[in-house]
Design a protein around this ligand. Structure first.
Ligand code: IPE
Ligand code: MG
Length: 227
């Protein structure tokens, strides 16, 4: 969800107003995805690198997550959204951890779209954590190293049980992965748009989906009809 700060600055507003507006874009996108039959939406809300921002901005973001969770939980429940937070949640303020746990529990049986919010998330850290967990299982005799395969690794990631994303939407014109879902994005199609995240709307999502539909996904193979 990149470009919040630039969106605000281009309007002469403080950066944090961009984060505020970004929440509305996420709500809009979630509703559109749900209406259009998309089964999972994973948003990158706060990375392990974002702690290096000025303290005021970090505090604003963490407080914003708390406020939004409190305000939106009821509608997530009624709209059958199943919300999960992916990342090192232990590193978050205790109040936020409590709200996250409550939201995950209260929506766990919901049958609609899966909303995954990557919070204090880093792709490399996720892989290190998975490696440590597998090593611990191997050391305890629970797992034979030669039995470690892609499924065993995937099951130790925060995304365990989720399908890999089909489409990565990169807003604000940046062309990089920025430590997002490094394992899971192996075969994702990438759509880059110059739109700043707070301006991301139905038109922008439709463009991304049409771009995705135009791709020919071969997963390393060949077209069935190629000579
Ligand atoms: C939002 O956009 C991403 C978050 C950390 C919430 P940015 O804050 O990175 O916006 P820009 O890149 O400064 O425009
Ligand atoms: Mg940015």
């Amino acid at each position: 969800m990149d470009g919040n700060g630039r969106w605000a600055q281009s309007r002469g507003l403080p950066r944090v107003m961009g984060h505020h507006a970004g929440v509305e874009a996420l709500k809009t996108t979630l509703r559109l995805c749900s209406d259009w039959g998309i089964t999972a939406l994973t948003a990158y809300a706060f990375s392990t690198e974002n702690w290096s921002r000025p303290g005021d901005e970090v505090n604003f973001l963490l407080t914003l997550f708390e406020r939004v969770l409190q305000k939106e939980l009821q509608s997530l429940e009624t709209e059958q959204v199943r919300i999960r937070f992916l990342g090192d949640l232990d590193g978050l303020p205790e109040k936020l951890q409590g709200l996250i746990q409550d939201a995950e529990e209260r929506t766990s049986a919901n049958t609609g779209i899966h909303l995954n919010v990557c919070t204090n998330y880093g792709g490399r850290r996720e892989l290190v954590r998975a490696t440590q967990r597998l090593a611990a299982r191997a050391a305890s005799g629970d797992l034979e190293p030669q039995n470690i395969d892609e499924n065993t690794v995937a099951a130790e990631l925060f995304t365990a049980g989720e399908q890999d994303p089909d489409l990565l939407i990169r807003t604000s014109g940046e062309h990089r992965i920025s430590n997002f879902l490094l394992w899971q994005l192996a075969y994702a199609e990438i759509h880059v748009t110059d739109v700043f995240w707070p301006d991301f709307d139905a038109e922008a999502l439709k463009k991304a989906l049409l771009d995705y539909q135009s791709r020919n996904r071969r997963f390393g193979g060949l077209d069935p009809i190629s000579p």
